[in-house]
Design a protein around this ligand. Structure first.
Ligand SMILES: [Zn+2]
Length: 241
């Protein structure tokens, strides 16, 4: 069902879900010790679609290491005029703790969670991959993807491996415009411009070629705006590209 389009682009709002303090050993600590954690909400005609849910509460290790300052997902949605009861789907770019932390807000409901199957494989294989209680929805709510999938009219999950094996981005398109939520396909927009897979964002060497391919794939779609998890949005036209 790829290629279906909306006649106008829905509003896409950033959710400022957390600020975390990067520990000294963190590969991006040099870039400034604290880092924002952004999620997004697509105000789709079928209902709100949330992309990434920030950091959760109650994990002592994460609280100690990252000292997260949280905004509750429901409050973040309200701040941009979206009632949490209008959420019809959640997409997780990947299942690291700062992208799925407030998933549980809608556990026990009928809301589906779209995530690549490879992410769930990692959560089940590696006890240090994330907080599994945050990351894994009840089975009835899991929608496991093996690649791209149209999840609503004009909204498509795109497989963009690199940062993790199952990382995905979200394309939102109308007949006039394309916007991409690239999440952590890169850490900073500079990497997106330079088509660079840094060792800090892609820690496994064997995934770096895939990460560059993912960046090129997203750029080839000629989006007007690209949104990220940990840095400000990038607008190719304004950058003169
Ligand atoms: Zn991550």
């Amino acid at each position: 069902m790829l290629g279906r389009v909306l006649t106008s682009l829905p509003r896409i709002m950033r959710l400022d879900l957390a600020v975390v303090t990067l520990p000294d050993w963190h590969p991006e600590a040099h870039a400034g010790r604290s880092s924002p954690v952004y999620g997004y909400v697509i105000d789709h005609p079928d209902g709100a679609i949330v992309v990434d849910t920030g950091v959760g509460e109650g994990n002592e290790l994460i609280d100690q290491v990252y000292e997260p300052q949280l905004l509750r997902l429901g409050d973040a949605l309200e701040a941009v005029g979206v009632d949490q009861t209008s959420v019809v789907a959640v997409v997780n770019s990947h299942l690291h703790f700062d992208h799925c932390g407030q998933n549980p807000m809608l556990y026990g409901s009928e809301v589906p969670y779209f995530v690549q199957r490879l992410e769930v494989v990692e959560v089940e294989r590696d006890p240090f991959y994330t907080d599994a209680e945050w990351a894994l929805p009840p089975l009835a709510q899991r929608r496991l993807l093996d690649g791209d999938l149209a999840i609503a009219e004009g909204v498509t999950a795109l497989s963009t491996p690199g940062h993790t094996a199952g990382h995905q981005s979200v394309l939102v398109e109308s007949t006039e415009q394309r916007v991409i939520i690239a999440a952590q396909a890169v850490w900073s927009s500079r990497e997106f411009v330079d088509e660079e897979a840094t060792p800090s964002n892609v820690d496994a060497e064997e995934r770096r070629a895939a990460a560059v391919d993912s960046i090129r794939r997203l750029k080839a779609l000629r989006p007007e705006v690209v949104h990220f998890s940990h840095c400000a949005a990038y607008r190719p036209d304004e950058a003169g590209e």
